[in-house]
Every structure is written in C-alpha cells, then in structure tokens.
Design a protein around this ligand. Structure first.
Ligand code: MG
Length: 306
C-alpha cells in the first residue's frame, strides 16, 4: 500500500500494528517514495518532562528525581538494562505502597501528560504545509519512537496523530507484577527507523531481509528525526548517515547546552526550542528541511522521466 493512509477518525483509535500488517503484505511493487516521515522522541521532545512524572509517580507518592536516581543506581549495581530497571521499579514501588495500577489506569494517566507549546496543532500545520508546497503529490506521516510507555501514550490527546507508535510496553497478565513486553532502548530505537524505511512496520515481521533502496517506501533522505538529547544520538546518527535529517530540541524549562553540543559536533542539522507553534524557530527550520526534501523528490522524479 504505497499511497498515504489517512489518519483514522477520533472514533476509530489508531491501531498501528494492524495498518502495518496490511502494508507489509502488499509491498511487492516498487515503492512510489512520495512520503515524508517526521519521527519524534516523546519525553523532553514533545512533552517537557518524562511521561511517568505527570501521574504515575505522584499517584504512588514518589519524587521523580529520587525515582530516576534509584533507577540509575540499581541498574549500575546489578548491571541491568536501565529501561528494564525503570519498568520493573515502577510496579515494585506501586506494590510497596499498596497501589494497584492496571493497564487502563496507565492509559487514563496519559490524559495528564502536558505538551510543549503548539504540539497539538503541529501535525495538521505540517500536513497543510506539505500539501500546499507539493500540490498534494507528497504526503507526510508522523511517527513516534519512545522508550516511554505505549500505554500512557495511548491516553494522550495526540495519539491519533501518529501513523505508528513504537514504544515500550508491558505484559499485564503474565506475572504477579506487570512484566516488560517490549523494551525500546536508545540503540534499539534505530530498528524502528529501518522498519519505517522499509515499510515493515508489523513488529512480528523480520526487518533483516535485504531490500533494494528503490523498493523502500520512505528513503532516509525523506526523514526528519526530532529528539532532545543524548539518548537520541543513535537515531540521529543513523538518520543522518543515511542522508536524512535531525533536529535537536530543548523545552524552554531546560537550557540549550546539549542541543548546542549536538549541533557543534555535527550530529544534528538544526536545534531550536521545543516550541511547535506556527512561526517559531522550530517551525521555520522544519519547513526549510521539508522544502529541501520536496525539491530532492522533484529532481528524482524528473530524472526518472528521462
Ligand atoms: Mg527524550
């Protein structure tokens, strides 16, 4: 299915896995390659804080700073993967406080997550820009790749805006405490960039088979990755090494030091405050990169006619 998939109406919540399965099954023909992918980190990029800090940690009376410090200490002490450690510790702490948190509670907590300025209107703003600049020939998709929790993201008001969401998840029924089902670390985020690139978004399908560049629905050159810090470095590096683009952002509550560092060593094309409102630096710089991508698509299409 090479044509753009219109995002579902609010009443039919996005079921990314289902859409991905349909796409993969129908990917025999050469790709049209007229889709741009904007790919976002969540914590610190679209939302000023970590998503667990809005409802989960307050509900069990935990100070976020103390919680994340304990995660870091435990993962070093036990040589454990930090992502698995935080997922385990969240529920261990809830159990210690006698608080039961079910899947539906996490989804409900998504409603408390705050966004950086302009985020809720950003998706349509960008879609309108691409439509206007390309005359409707090129479409844009928004993807989320997050080490945070898919259950919480599902409850946010922006969930339906994404073509697909890849995030860490729990098994809720297998053990006494919820158990990590999918863990997305800094480096494993890059797997999902290749899934978007190859159109193999059904996570049950192998991503490792060879696929010629021309058959890949979204070339890296048509991707822009948005992230806020060092945890995004592997994704930024993979995107840029394959001729895609990366933008580092910083919430206005934080300073721009990390972004400046990423820019100065050539890991990102631009950096800007995480302000997604029309006319902001981030908006202007994103539109510049989109113009460049659209121009490259036109050049390629012209060459293909020869
Ligand atoms: Mg982040």
């Amino acid at each position: 299915m090479a044509t753009a998939v219109k995002k579902p109406a609010k009443s039919t919540k996005a079921k990314p896995g289902n859409k991905a399965a349909k796409k993969s099954a129908a990917s025999a023909a050469p790709a049209v390659q007229n889709t741009i992918a904007l790919i976002y980190d969540f914590d610190g990029t679209l939302s000023p804080k970590n998503m667990q800090e809005y409802a989960f940690l307050p509900k069990i009376g935990l100070d976020p700073k103390k919680f994340w410090t304990e995660v870091a200490r435990l993962s070093i002490e036990r040589q454990a993967e930090p992502l698995i450690t935080y997922m385990h510790l969240m529920y261990q702490k809830a159990q210690e406080k006698g608080v039961q948190i079910l899947r539906e509670d996490l989804v409900a907590q998504g409603r408390d997550v705050a966004f950086c300025p302009g985020v809720e209107g950003w998706f349509e703003l960008i879609e309108g820009y691409v439509k206007q600049r390309s005359g409707g020939d090129v479409t844009v998709r928004h993807y989320l790749i997050s080490s945070g929790l898919k259950e919480i993201i599902e409850g946010t008001s922006i969930y339906d805006q994404f073509y697909n969401v890849f995030a860490s998840e729990y098994f809720f029924e297998a053990y006494q405490l919820p158990y990590p089902k999918r863990v997305i670390t800094d480096t494993s985020k890059t797997q999902y960039l290749f899934r978007i690139n190859k159109g193999v978004e059904d996570v049950n399908q192998s991503i490792n088979s060879h696929m010629p560049e021309n058959d890949r629905p979204i070339p890296f050159q048509q991707m822009i990755y948005f992230g806020d810090g060092e945890t995004d470095v592997p994704s930024m590096a993979v995107t840029r090494q394959n001729n895609g683009f990366a933008i580092a952002v910083y919430p206005k509550e934080k300073n721009s030091n990390i972004c400046k560092e990423l820019f100065s060593v050539g890991r990102v094309d631009f950096y800007a405050e995480a302000d997604y409102t029309e006319g902001s630096d981030l908006h202007k710089r994103t539109c510049l990169l989109i113009d460049k991508i659209l121009c490259d698509i036109k050049v390629r299409q012209e060459k293909d006619q020869l």
